[in-house]
Design a protein around this ligand. Structure first.
Ligand code: 3PG
Length: 305
């Protein structure tokens, strides 16, 4: 059996070594495709793969069709919007994620971005503190929970909205559960996004919602760019010169954002949320173990299709 790691943005070497150990201990072979620049390289590499470990790499119908022996794809991470689930299911390919494995890394970056934003991007001007500010956590999954845990250390007041997580679960963490996104944005000085990119959430963060936020508000996005209505965000920021946007996912209109709302907008050059040795080890090794358990024992616990 051949397991391919296909990562445009490579794992730390220590994580690749750990994955190799798991795969080889199971008697399987490991192949590595990193930092590829052409889709053809991916199409060639998947041709004889029985299993693939990916990150944000695009697994579309063409890749599935090229992977004639493919039985399982594991997205080492949380969001699997980069995998064509319909094509995978039609081809009898199991798709899994590794929920929770990189969530602390992403949550820590939220605060890296936030301190940078409220201190005016370290331009020397007097900024503000996080202590006492109202933080709205938009979706209370693995990352949202870690954000809540860290925010308590900063002395923030916590609110969360999650359409699927019961209020009791949120409130037992000392976080006030609100009953709609509208309410969350109205009450929060800062909103941290943790919603997945789905048909329902795409472009859902729009000017109507953002205009509910108070003066001096900050939106921090470590989730997906697709959930933002980018044109509306830009237009809104032009009419709201107090508003800041910090993101770990470069928007489609990055050049225009830099031109028109300079000094209130920042994006990491490449998505860095899960880019720590610890997260790479956790998610990568979990992916390897899930593949071995699936191929040897048929365990499909983290199947998403
Ligand atoms: C995830 O969904 O797990 C995160 O967005 C991390 O993505 P990455 O593996 O591409 O860094």
């Amino acid at each position: 059996m051949k397991v391919l790691i296909a990562t445009d943005k490579p794992f730390a070497k220590v994580a690749v070594d750990g994955i190799r150990k798991e795969i080889e201990a199971a008697g399987f072979e490991l192949a590595l495709l990193e930092k590829y620049t052409e889709k053809q390289q991916l199409l060639d590499a998947v041709a004889d793969a029985d299993a693939i470990i990916i990150r944000s790499d695009l697994i579309d119908a063409e890749v599935i069709a090229a992977a004639k022996q493919l039985k399982i794809v594991v997205r080492a991470g949380a969001g699997y919007d980069n995998v064509d689930l319909t094509a995978a299911t039609a081809a009898g390919v199991c798709v899994m994620n590794t929920p929770g494995q990189n969530s602390n890394a992403v949550a820590e970056l939220v605060f890296g971005l936030l301190v940078f934003a409220v201190r005016n991007f370290y331009n020397g001007n007097s900024g503000t503190e996080l202590m006492g500010k109202k933080l709205g956590i938009h979706a209370y999954g693995n990352v949202g929970r870690n954000v809540a845990r860290i925010a308590k250390g900063f002395g923030m007041e916590l609110y969360a909205f999650d359409a699927f997580c019961p209020a009791e679960v949120i409130e037992k963490d000392g976080v006030k559960a609100v009953s709609s996104a509208e309410e969350l944005y109205t009450v929060s000085d800062i909103v941290s996004l943790h919603i997945p990119a789905t048909a329902e959430t795409k472009k859902s963060i729009n000017a109507t919602l953002l205009s509910r936020m108070p003066k001096g508000a900050v939106l921090v996005n470590t989730a997906r760019k697709e959930v933002i209505d980018e044109q509306e965000l830009l237009d809104f920021m032009i009419v709201r010169p107090d508003f800041k946007y910090v993101t770990d996912i470069t928007p489609g209109n990055d050049v225009e954002m830099k031109e028109k709302v300079d000094g209130r907008y920042f994006t990491t050059p490449k998505k860095m949320g899960a880019q720590t040795s610890e997260a790479n080890i956790n998610a990568g090794i979990a992916a390897a173990k899930q593949i071995v358990d699936f191929l040897k024992n048929g365990n499909a616990r983290f199947k998403v299709n």
